[in-house]
Design a protein around this ligand. Structure first.
Ligand code: C2E
Ligand code: CA
Ligand code: CA
Length: 754
């Protein structure tokens, strides 16, 4: 007999008389082999085949009939087993070609073909011949029966039990495979960024788990949105459903899908139908996700259970991924302007530096001038609106290829091709005013730029360099912009080194004060001195105050150092008075940083009382540029200082832009003509013009005037002729340490006596 496969119908054809077998018509087997239980009969005795099919033909388990596969030798069985799938039970004769052909076949089935699920029932015609117990255990044999033992009823129960066992084994292994897949799928999904990717991944993974092509749509419904009560927003599509696109799921053309999804949301659970399944992903914060998948085959229990597990896993994931997107957004984007923030810019810079566009790329920081004042004056809401307007203009006017970011309160950045990121183009954007709340607000900006092609370092370093360039641009007022150059970086490092050295130098007593006499031009007699700071470094070299004072100011060290100088000067005044120089005025330089310090007045008062220095012998020098900034604060401060009894001189006068009316409001006592204008008296054709004007101004305002940097006699004479009462300079004396000062003063007294 040829090898064949018999369906129950065939069986009926073969056994016309067995009409009773037709009690349960077989359901259609269109779904494939899995809709029948396949039983393989392997026996060299043809009668056994027919009696077996006769005995089992009407067996029906869970509405699945049996289908028989026949093999008449172990060799034929081997052939068939390689191609026939889904065999549930094998009824196997032990003795065929050889006495133990069946046992060899079992080994082949389990070890070579690795068919672990199939249940095997051994049958033997020879009573008394039994395989070893070991073989039964090792090869996972379900049953061992002699043929005579297997009465029809016995055979029926044995095969039923074997099929049940097969079904359980299949369910367990399918579950395990499926669960592995679910776990794997969830892990893969977590690696995706953003809700859209995640949702697309969900559609792909579901299809994978069900082993069918992905075809479906995943939507979100926001129940919190009262304006769109039941609008389904498409998050992802797959397969033929791609035609749905993105946006709202249209109710007209996709009524069936829409309807199924609505029912799913209402029911809060998956719905299984013949042609589709809808999945429900319980959302947090009133956002439910639902998916609609077109099925290419009906789903069985295992599929459904896997989908339940998958959905509960993924619900958490969808929520998390939304949360992460939200956090990502908060971490990398400025909430006000919606532009990338500093952190994100550094990432983009790193990518640019690693990419091909590096050579042509330029980064520019755009700092809004005097924004803080605008903000204070007009309110934070106004300031915010203005920042949004600036963000919008930068973004829309410079072109889409550029990255515009907001990296700090009033600092934006523009990154892109050098041709687009150029100072003229960016600064031109600030020419037109910004219309805010019906007002026209005029802004200006200062730029710090870095050419990335010349940069070696990270994105964060590039940003630092741009910041250095920006600070430089701001220092050089009206420059508007500055490009970073490598020497600036070196300079910065040098400054940092100097700052540390100054801090330790100050605590180690490397600082000292020298005194440069100031004289009355008419009598050439000393009237006072200016206290000037000196720093002799650890290596014995003097470092110029022009270098270290800015660093002391920048680092805040000037607060302590300045107080120390003031106290030293006060103490010296007390000693000088004791030595007979009673009308001696000591000038002390005060930097802006000190002046702005909230405890400056307190510090001044206690220095005076602690040292017992008479305030009328102390004069503070403030620079003219300092007098220019924050006029209101300065006027108030100066009034309070005057109350202590000390006098005030404006240093470097003539270099700033003080207006006359402003000068009148400032309670100062003296103007100090800058050395540059003293040099000019003899050095330039313009003659004495500026010095002369300052002298006249002093006279008109009732202020004293002193000229500094007087180096030769001619300068002294011209100044005197112009009516300048006092002078200071190398012509008379250099800054001197205390012993030298006393010597100089006593020489002067001797000279006078002579
Ligand atoms: P400044 O207040 O304008 O001080 C005058 C500077 O001119 C001093 O330089 C002085 O040595 C120098 N000088 C005096 N006469 C002549 C001259 O005839 N020809 C020339 N070429 N130079 C002359 P120095 O001591 O190097 O101080 C530089 C600057 O450092 C000062 O300028 C002042 O702004 C700052 N400074 C010095 N000591 C202190 C201090 O104790 N506190 C603060 N805040 N700043 C200080
Ligand atoms: Ca000075
Ligand atoms: Ca000066």
């Amino acid at each position: 007999m040829p090898p064949s496969s018999t369906s129950p119908d065939n069986t009926r054809d073969d056994h016309d008389d067995l009409v009773f077998l037709d009690e349960h018509p077989a359901p259609a087997t269109a779904g494939g082999a899995s809709h029948v239980w396949r039983v393989m009969i392997i026996d060299d005795d043809e009668d056994v085949h027919s009696t077996t099919t006769f005995a089992l033909g009407n067996l029906d388990m869970q509405h699945r009939p049996l289908e028989f596969v026949h093999a008449y030798s172990a060799g034929q069985a081997r052939e068939l087993l390689r191609t026939e799938a889904d065999i549930a039970v094998i009824l196997l004769d032990v003795v065929m070609e050889q006495d133990d052909a069946g046992l060899h076949l079992v080994r082949y089935i389990r070890e070579t073909l690795k068919l672990a699920d199939v249940r095997i029932i051994l049958r033997t015609g020879q009573p008394g011949y039994a395989p070893e117990i070991d073989a039964i255990r090792d090869f996972d044999i379900n049953d061992y029966k002699t043929k005579s033992e297997l009465t029809r009823i016995k055979l029926f129960t044995t095969v039923t039990a074997a099929i049940r066992s097969y079904e359980q084994i299949r369910a367990i292994s399918a579950n395990r495979r499926g669960l592995d897949q679910v776990v794997q799928a969830s892990t893969e999904l977590m690696a995706l960024h953003g809700v859209h990717n995640f949702a697309a991944g969900v559609l792909a993974q579901v299809a994978d788990i069900l082993a069918m092509p992905a075809n479906g749509v995943l939507c979100v419904q926001e129940c919190a949105d009262p304006t769109h009560p039941d609008q389904l927003q498409i998050v992802a599509t797959a397969g033929a459903s791609r035609r749905l696109g993105t946006g709202l799921l249209g109710q007209r053309e996709d009524a069936a899908i829409h309807d199924a999804l609505e029912r799913t949301i209402a029911a809060h659970r998956n719905i299984y139908d013949a042609g589709y399944v809808t999945l429900y992903f319980a959302g947090k914060a009133c956002r439910d996700f639902v998916a609609y998948l077109v099925l290419s085959r009906p789903l069985d229990d295992i599929d459904q259970r896997l989908l339940e597990v998958f959905c509960s896993n993924v619900s958490v994931g969808l929520h998390n991924v939304e949360l992460v997107s939200h956090l990502h957004n908060a971490a990398f984007y400025d909430q006000l302007s919606k532009l990338p923030n500093r952190t994100r810019l550094v990432e983009i810079l790193d990518a640019t530096l690693a990419g091909p566009g590096r050579a042509d790329a330029t980064l520019s920081l755009v700092d809004l001038d005097h924004f803080a004042e605008t903000n204070d004056a007009l309110g934070h809401h106004f300031g915010d609106t203005l920042l949004v307007a600036v963000a919008g203009r930068l973004q829309t006017s410079l072109g889409q290829e550029l990255t515009v970011a907001r990296i700090g309160g009033d600092i934006f950045s523009v990154l892109g091709d050098a041709s687009a990121v150029n100072p003229a183009r960016i600064l031109a954007l600030f020419e037109a005013p910004f219309p805010i709340d019906g007002q026209e607000v005029q802004l200006s900006a200062t730029l710090g730029l870095v050419r990335l092609g010349e940069h070696d370092g990270t994105g964060a370093d590039a940003l630092k360099d741009a910041d250095i360039a920006l600070k430089r641009a701001k220092l050089q007022q009206r420059a508007g912009h500055f490009y970073f150059s490598r020497s600036m970086g070196v300079e910065i490092r040098e400054r940092v080194r100097l700052m540390h050295a100054l801090r330790t130098g100050f605590s180690k007593g490397e600082l000292s004060v020298m005194y440069q006499p100031q004289i009355d031009l008419a009598t050439r007699r000393p009237v006072g001195a200016e206290a000037l700071l000196r720093w002799c470094g650890a290596d014995g070299k003097f470092i110029s105050p022009d270098r270290f004072i800015p660093i002391a100011e920048y680092s805040g060290l000037i607060i302590d150092i300045g107080e120390w100088v003031l106290r030293a000067a006060c103490q010296e005044v007390v000693r000088l008075r004791a030595a007979g120089y009673r009308d001696f005025t000591m000038s002390v330089n005060v930097s802006q940083v000190q002046f702005r310090h909230p405890y400056f007045l307190e510090m001044l008062r206690s220095a005076l009382t602690d040292t017992n220095a008479p305030p009328e012998n102390i004069e503070l020098e403030i620079t003219e540029s300092m007098a220019m900034e924050e006029p209101d604060l300065l006027i108030k401060m100066l009034a309070q200082i005057k109350h202590t009894g000390v006098s005030i001189a404006i240093d470097d006068f003539g270099t700033g832009f003080s207006s006359l009316s402003y000068l009148q409001r400032l309670q100062v006592d003296k103007l100090k003509i800058d050395r540059a204008f003293v040099t000019e008296i003899t050095g330039s054709a313009r003659g004495s013009s500026i010095a002369e004007m300052v002298i006249q101004l002093g006279r008109n305002l009732g202020l004293s005037v002193i000229a500094e940097g007087v180096e030769d006699e001619r300068q002294a004479q011209i100044l005197q002729a112009l009516g300048c009462p006092m002078a200071q300079g190398f012509l008379f004396a250099r800054p001197m340490a205390v012993p030298a000062l006393y010597e100089w003063l006593s020489n002067d007294a001797l000279h006078r006596a002579a």
